[in-house]
Design a protein around this ligand. Sequence first.
Ligand SMILES: [Zn+2]
Length: 542
Amino acid sequence: MTEPKPGAPAEEQAREAQAAIGRLVRYALRHGLIKPADRDWALNALLDLFGFTEPGAAEETMPPEATGPDPVPAEAAPILAPLIDYGIAIGLAPDDTTTSRDLLDARIMGLLMPRPSETAEAFARQAEREGIEAATDAFYRLNIASNYVRMDRVRQNEYWVHASEYGGIEITINLSKPEKDPREIARLRSLPPSSYPKCLLCPANVGYAGRPDHPARQNLRVLPLVLNGEDWYFQYSPYVYYNEHSIVLRAGHVPMAITDATFTRLFDFLDRFPHYFVGSNADLPIVGGSILNHDHFQAGRHVFAMEKAELEETYRHPDYPGLSGGIVRWPMSVLRLAGPRREELEEAASALLAAWRDYADPSVGILPHTAREDGSRVPHNTITPIARRKPDGRYELDLVLRNNRTSDEHPDGIFHPHRHLHHIKKENIGLIEVMGLAVLPGRLKGELRQIAAILTGERPYDPEALADASHPLRRHADWLAELVRGHGTSLAEAEAERLLRDEVGRKFVEVLCDAGVFKRDAAGRAAFAAFAESAGWRRSRA
Ligand SMILES: [Zn+2]
């Protein structure tokens, strides 16, 4: 135990912590995390965590009827801050880094959560009585109230819409996933390797206290689901890249695999959550998501630019008379199938997946396999599938064709953002970005601000300094030279911001074009049509 922080008398700090405990119990009651019968139980649990044997000031901040003169905040963060400070002062956390504070935060909120079974039962009951939409609304509110979804951080994200020839591309600079500071990185190096939970998605995370290298999840709640006859879970993502960003994860820690069963699972999910879209990342490195070792989908309530994009070619297939199909007007290569019967869609999607897995067209660089030295084959073709229900009840399935081959010219991936775009985006182009929402690294926020300062003349433009490897804008040097050449260094602040947002948007469209297997030129379009035809799809007039 460390001594309380110097400066604040220990007694005063303890009193403030007790007052915060009272406010937090009142907050939990008001937001429905606990019920009135849980009040004393929750209060006592919090008192115990902070080493208090009596409520003290909590009595004043927590009137018995849960209502009181002061309004209850919409989010827990402002109540938690002084409590976490006190926890650090009495040694509940080793230091005041964001990681340590987050571990303590989840530990505190975990004491105010319903049991996982209660959450699941309440969800099922509400879905039955009031409909699934009311049930997801309430569950989402619970995830925000519990501070599992950190809305205070999500609000710091940068967001704008870039008007492109493909529609409104959404750009976000995501600051909700806190970056580690150097002290933490140093400490992480000295930690022994751990294999529990096996990954960030395993259901074993529910209630886990966390470690410096693994988030605390006492305030995580998941809902059981059955998809394709298997046990799965539904939860929200703590990072909220879009509204009601959800993760659908398999109960077992099994690797991602896009198979015929994937389509069955996606439609099973839609039958239960018809107001959400659901999609899977691809199952190969470079073109897949960041987690390949645990099968999962992402879902949510948001309409992406890709969904709004229309067909530029329409197709029909003699074996699937109930389906309409086509090629979507989109920088990546998307086949869209739609129809009222999911069985027919599942069959058609499975046939297209099988056809694509082995499809070769060397004229446009598509090779489905390369040979290993031992003669075995490395697969390169896969699909990013996205499914949704339309207002008329039809199912719609977008199959985004992917290939993860590399070459000497493009060692990071031929169908991956090319080198000159890495200063904006070099990470995998996963499901969310495929659909037209860029999730750009947090570093960009500050970097764009510094670039704007140069374009407005507030800071000098010094190409020599930029060439230095240690310069924070080094990776943007070429771009910056181009911007200064084209627009000078005396832009108004608003002009500079508009220019940069537009430029980043244009670069992200280029990123998507790089990730497309069939390019938008005549040769690419002809090659895409040839693939569709090879799979039995025939061009039709709408
Ligand atoms: Zn796992």
